[in-house]
Structure formats: C-alpha cells, structure tokens
Write a protein that binds this ligand. Sequence first.
Ligand code: ADE
Length: 234
Amino acid sequence: MRVDIVTIFPEFFGVLDVSLLGRARREQLLELHVHDLREHTHDRHRTVDDTPYGGGAGMVMRPEPWGEAFDALLGEGESDAVVVFPTPAGVPFTQSLARELAEESRLIFACGRYEGIDARVAEHVATRARVIEVSLGDYVLNGGEVAAMAMIEAIGRLVPGVVGNPASLVEESHEDGLLEHPSYTKPAVWRGLEVPEVLRGGNHGAIAAWRREQALERTRRVRPDLLPADGADA
Ligand code: ADE
C-alpha cells in the first residue's frame, strides 16, 4: 500500500519510522510519503491560509496550494487513490472503515489546519478520485495530523504482513463488534490479585465462554451503543 500525506507539519510524521509501522516501511509493505504543502506556495511568506468569506473567527486554508499538491499527486485523469480529509465534520472512523481502507492500493491524507480547507478543494478532488471526510471522534484537534496518524496506524496494521501474527488481529476490541475481554499474564498472583481460575486451567471451551461473557459484560457496561437495540447478544 502507498500512503501520501500532505501537511504543513511534515515533522509530525517522524513517528511513522517507529515500531511496527517503521518495520513495515523498511520491509516495503507500506510506502509512506510525506509532502510539505508549503512547497506549493509562491509568495515570500509561503502563505497557506486567509480570512473566511462571510466572516467569523479563525483562518481557512486557501485552495491554490492544495490544488497544486493534488495535481502533483493525482496526475492527469482519474486516479484509483482514495483521498481522506480528516475533519471533525466527517463520518466516524471505525474498525470497519479501517478494514475497508486497508484493501486500497493508495491513500492520500490531506491534513488541514486552522478552520479547515476551502470547501472547493474536496469538491474538485472528488472529480478525479474517491474522497472521504473522516472524523476521529467528537472532539476538536488542532489539525488533521494526529487524526491522520491514528488512521494510518489502524489501517496499516491490517495490511497483510504488518502484524506478525494475523490471529492477534481478530481477537481484539471492535473486530467482532464487542470490546475485548480482559487479559492477564504471569505471575498468577500479583499484589494479592489473582488471575481468574478458569484461565489457569486448560479447558479451552470454558476459557472461550468466559472471555465472551466478559466481552459482553464490558460492552454492556461501557459501550451499550455497540450492542443490537433489541438486547440480543451480538
Ligand atoms: N481535525 C480536527 N479535529 C479532528 C477530528 N476530531 N477528527 C479528524 N480530524 C480532525
């Protein structure tokens, strides 16, 4: 998979060289390119923003540098890339969207700052590629960079080969629509707290049943919105 990121803060993405994604990058399972939006400005101050039409607080990113950046990335004609605009006004980012995007061969993340990017940019890009506006959650970050990083990590780890043991991907929160059961390791007793008896026996059926019950209980308690409305088990 190839991932391009356009940002005015390329240095944010240094962490992509660390840990699993760093290794995936070195092993060429993920090809990541970070582009500085200011390379597409032509004034002395390398201006990327301006005041909003209609008034209001804050600044809006001007369309011209973005237009040039996308011309350079998408080339002529239609592109098979999916262009992601991180924004609190987008559709929620979920594990199922991560799975869907992990199937793509090319993603482009357009990281806005300030009060966002002039709306014509997404409209224009949509004539050449699939565009989605995606929110990390119902809160406001200072820009799209941290959101893009979170999405790239969630998507990247689903690309085959990135996580060494693929079985570990299916035993996680949100993969089966539930939160994950609690996990324990050695020692069996720590500061007076015991690992549940059932996990210490070798009865795999009983362990699976206990884990499912724990997952359901935790989901009911913490995230009842994830369960079907009729109260049936997921
Ligand atoms: N940019 C600012 N806030 C954001 C959010 N919650 N999700 C995605 N992008 C953002």
